[in-house]
Design a protein around this ligand. Structure first.
Ligand code: ZN
Ligand code: ZN
Length: 262
């Protein structure tokens, strides 16, 4: 703890057996304890959390939240786009795929947070519309989709939006089974000494966190400062080339389908 602020390290975007992950919430908790994490945002797929399953999922996260905070979240899906939503349980249960994906302002007003998941995977469907939708953040690094370095085209797209738009950069794991190597974590700073869902959402919304790869390599959510090692940079540029090609193909496909450039 420094200057009265507490620091908590955790990860975003993990799937459990409540949707298509192979680890149960109890196993995720065990894994988090060995990784010395303070929190895990579990964001299971909305289509597997219908009816009473969502409430069950939320109370199971609460029950298992000893020594590590299991944050219940949902990965909503609409218009070919995936959106991670973190919100109090009583708010999560009021949301639908359409609200979370098309109307993040409503989620915000209800106290929740929305993050456009793996943007490059859904470019082909509606890039312009997605860019215009006011999500709190974008997952500029999805460990499963983007590999061991952030997605540079997504990062440059985000930077290219210019001032006037405050969009946070997030790194997520999209973990369905245990990942062996590079694990981007979020290091949150909170004014309270105990981490709660409310303080976690507040810090994320305020951009009071750093994406941490290890002690020497980190990036801030506004993405102005990136400090990556050379090997990571090389991998990220290689990744850049492939994603760029994929984005161009997606943009062309979009133009063919709609007659409009995204
Ligand atoms: Zn997804
Ligand atoms: Zn996912």
């Amino acid at each position: 703890m420094t200057d009265g602020m507490a620091e908590f390290v955790g990860v975003l975007h993990v799937h459990s057996t409540f949707s298509d992950g192979v680890m149960s919430l109890a196993e995720i908790r065990e894994w988090a304890l060995t990784e010395e994490l303070d929190f895990v945002c579990v964001t299971d797929h909305s289509k597997r959390l219908r009816d009473t399953r969502l409430a069950e999922f939320c109370s199971e996260c609460e029950r298992l939240s000893t020594n590590v905070l299991l944050v219940p979240g949902v990965e909503f899906e609409h218009s070919g786009r995936h959106v991670l939503t973190i919100a109090p349980a009583d708010v999560l249960t009021t949301l639908t795929d359409e609200i979370a994906v098309r109307d993040p302002e409503t989620v915000r007003q209800r106290g929740g947070l929305t993050i456009w998941a793996h943007p490059s995977l859904t470019y082909a469907v509606s890039l312009r519309d997605a860019v215009a939708t006011p999500y709190d953040g974008w997952e500029i690094w999805n460990r499963k989709v983007d590999g061991p370095a952030p997605n540079l085209p997504v990062l440059s797209l985000l930077r290219g939006l210019g001032s006037g738009r405050e969009i946070l950069s997030f790194a997520g794991l999209d973990m369905h089974e245990q990942i062996g190597d590079t694990l981007p974590r979020l290091s949150l700073r909170t004014a309270e000494s105990e981490l709660t869902l409310a303080s976690l959402i507040d810090s994320m919304r305020a951009g009071d966190y750093t994406i941490v790869i290890d002690a020497a390599r980190s990036m801030t959510p506004n993405s102005r400062a990136i400090n990556l090692s050379l090997s990571l940079r090389v991998r990220s540029y290689a990744r850049h080339a492939t994603t760029r090609a994929r984005c161009t193909a997606a943009a062309l496909k979009h133009r063919v389908l709609t007659g409009v450039w995204p």
